[in-house]
Design a binder for this molecule. Sequence first.
Ligand code: SF4
Length: 199
Amino acid sequence: MPLVLAAQAPGQPEIFASVQGEGPSAGMPVAFIRLSRCNLACQWCDTAYTWHFDGDERAHRDETTFDRKINQVILQADVAAERIERLGQDRLVITGGEPLMQAGALAELLELLPDMSVEIETNGTTAAPPRLDVRIDQYNVSPKLAHSGNAADLALVPERLDAYATDPRAFFKFVIAEPGDIDELLALRDRYRFKPGSM
Ligand code: SF4
């Protein structure tokens, strides 16, 4: 099953080595793979080239849309795995977009990378199927608050947040834009009982 990767230049899939910038592994050297597509549409999204394609009328603050031919690259799992292995890292960060939209292809990819530890960055609206979940060492979950512009019933899915809140591999990140957002965050914390140290 092929993977649809993000690209910022034609034919240049985003597979690269860098330093993790967030979560408990911040500062660690890692390999990144950035997948295209997202099931949400945050108006301040800084990777809108992964989903805000020409013809998509959902709002985004930049009002720019992107050409799929330029900003998507399709790779077979074995080709993506080889590129990742060539980076020589022990840990892989899977990001997007919303990478769990391609869970089946990701499971195939990780079967080709059996020795890598893996973290995945997700908006928390979707579950990884067991074949993929078994390979994930860390979930970086970023639920989106009202200021993202997404409808709450799309962005905050109770059964998913319940599951991540009780998963010891999950760590939460929230984007706060103004003081009122903190009240929404605290209400979520109280409702889902995010564990100490996971936020
Ligand atoms: S969930 Fe993430 S990738 Fe998707 S629109 Fe929001 S910020 Fe962008």
